[in-house]
Design a protein around this ligand. Structure first.
Ligand code: AMP
Length: 280
């Protein structure tokens, strides 16, 4: 696997590969890789001649400085995992390389960016939009792979592609879970043993919400889930929402949306965990 930290060197290399007619699949990550990330790389390998992964802990998408400081980093382990999978290229720039100048860009992603993660984490999606656009400019991939675990982020990226008229095809990939249902996440590393034991409750509550959809309306389910979390002393529910699967706006009746998703964010100790489930 070729490893680059400088934009110009990566671009030069990829241009020579493109000149040979090779297609490029791109998997952007923030590192601390797990099976969720690797599933994206595997899919990218199936679909493309060349796979580029990036590892960059993007400071401008963190609204909480402590979360940025404590974000797990292990580039050597990540590199070994990617190498073993047969990833062709790793791009791992530092902050100065990505942001040599002050950042002024402001995206308008519309209502999509005003709910849930957009409402809870001010500036988060703008930071995501800026870094992904920059990475797309550098790598110029044919296809780029994003996990459904961060469903709202995936919707934002699709919107970014429209706003910027990009040619890249966005490929969504299903959430990879631990055996007990907990969605894999780099942040899981920060859970204590006790927290890790109770963490599967998050996905269980999403499954419960889905089960109830045949007999209850969205508001009744919201109430039910909120009440469930009131009994959990170690976990704090930040939000549970049921929204349409396109613009991610809350729905009050099942007839209001062609597809609906349950979204959840929970604080477990010092860790903020996100998950979602397709209801229909
Ligand atoms: P991150 O490193 O957290 O920024 O994630 C990089 C990419 O991996 C994003 O597209 C995520 O949605 C995706 N991802 C993270 N966790 C999972 C998972 N458990 N299953 C599938 N994709 C994931």
């Amino acid at each position: 696997m070729k490893v680059f930290s400088k934009i110009i060197l990566l671009k030069t290399y990829l241009e020579s590969e493109k000149a040979l007619g090779r297609t490029i699949g791109f998997v952007p990550t923030m590192g601390a890789l797990h099976e969720g990330h690797l599933s994206l790389v595997r899919q990218a390998k199936k679909d493309n001649d060349l796979v580029v992964a990036s590892i960059f802990v993007n400071p401008i998408q963190f609204n909480n400085p402590d979360d940025l400081k404590k974000y797990p980093r292990d580039i050597n382990k990540d590199q070994a995992m990617l190498e073993q999978l047969g990833c062709d290229v790793l791009f791992a720039p530092d902050v100065e390389e990505m942001y040599p100048d002050p950042i002024t860009k402001e995206y308008d992603f519309g209502p999509l960016a005003m709910v849930m993660e957009g409402a809870s984490r001010k500036g988060h999606f703008n930071g995501v939009g800026i870094v992904v656009k920059k990475l797309f400019d550098i790598v110029d991939p044919d296809k780029a792979y994003f996990g459904e675990k961060d469903y709202q982020q995936l919707a934002i990226i699709k919107k970014l592609v429209k706003i910027e008229n990009l040619a890249v095809k966005i490929v969504p990939s299903p959430t990879v879970r631990e055996k007990d249902g907990l969605a894999m996440s780099s942040r899981n590393e920060r859970l204590t043993v006790e927290e890790r034991e109770i963490a599967p409750f998050i996905y269980k509550s999403l499954q419960f919400a889905k089960e109830k959809a045949s007999s209850l309306n969205p508001n009744e389910i919201r109430l039910l889930i909120r009440n469930q979390f009131k009994d959990q002393s170690k976990m704090e529910l930040e939000y549970f929402e049921i929204a349409d699967d396109k613009e991610l706006q809350a729905i009050d009746n099942w007839e209001d949306a062609i597809g609906a998703i349950g979204f959840i964010v929970v604080h477990l100790g010092k860790v903020r965990l996100i998950d979602n489930i397709r209801i229909y």
